[in-house]
Design a protein around this ligand. Sequence first.
Ligand code: SF4
Length: 338
Amino acid sequence: MGDDFAERVLAWYRRHGRQGLPWQVRDPYVRWLSEVMLQQTTVTAARPYFERFLAAFPTVQALARASQDEVLAQWAGLGYYARARNLHAAAQLIVARHGGGFPRRVEDWVALPGIGPSTAAAIVAFAFDVQAPILDANVRRVLSRYHGIKGADAGASHALWAHARAHTPARDVSAYTQAIMDLGALVCRKAPRCAACPIAAGCAFDGKDPPAARRARPERAVFWAVLHDPGRGVLLARRPASGIWGGLWSLPEAPVLNDLPAVLEALGLTGRLGPPSAPIHHAFTHFRLTITPVPVVAAAPGPGVAENRDVVWYKGEGPAPGVPAPVRRLLNRLLEAP
Ligand code: SF4
């Protein structure tokens, strides 16, 4: 069964699969970087980031040597920043543990931060043609439909891994891995295109996916203090290392408007809050964030906040700090305004 399945998927891939992508090379560093970027990002969105990131850090040694700020600055806008922090930490471990060489075993990759079993398998399959099954979200959907596996419990997961193992061929592993990923992304999509599917004969899909656990995303609110000094720029504060946007630069914030003066005072600033601006909405996987920017009119003779490793003034000149997308949009608006 496994051979015929793989043959059909491979034959389809040679005619219809995604080829010529910049990361489709036999280089473990490139494959690792692209797999991490593609975890929660589409190919189209990831591509320009991938090219810029690789130009900034062309080798694992360069990535290991960089500061976290430099890494986050290149990642800024891609979201899910834990991926960048883990990539950086893993680069340092690869240099320390493996002398900068890349392991060929799935278990060595899984021992690095931010790399699960499916990502690890994809890296060794792509880079070294090691026979290792993958089970990312796309492949999981293909195999659950094909084998008629309902549910998302541990038993279903166990069965899916067993099928993934049985289907993964001993030869052409790299091509097969890309092929099964592409089949899930292009044909066996949420709304499947079964008429174009190479494994339709034998597929057990009855038109009903297991009901997805739909949860309304909770709402959170936050207030940003916008201190824009014409001479120095916009005041940015570094976020805590963990939590959303960990380690990135953002505006000083408080969960309620009345707490903002105390936050500013802790930075050595006294001033008066102006009327709040129109809110900015940002969706995370697990919640929605409503951000209300609040202009701050600093007490004369001017803002007295000194820069340190957690506070900077940004004028839009020099290397851009790592900031999340909503901060970037707000900065563009503030700094481009006449
Ligand atoms: S036949 Fe349809 S449901 Fe079955 S694997 Fe192919 S695209 Fe998916």
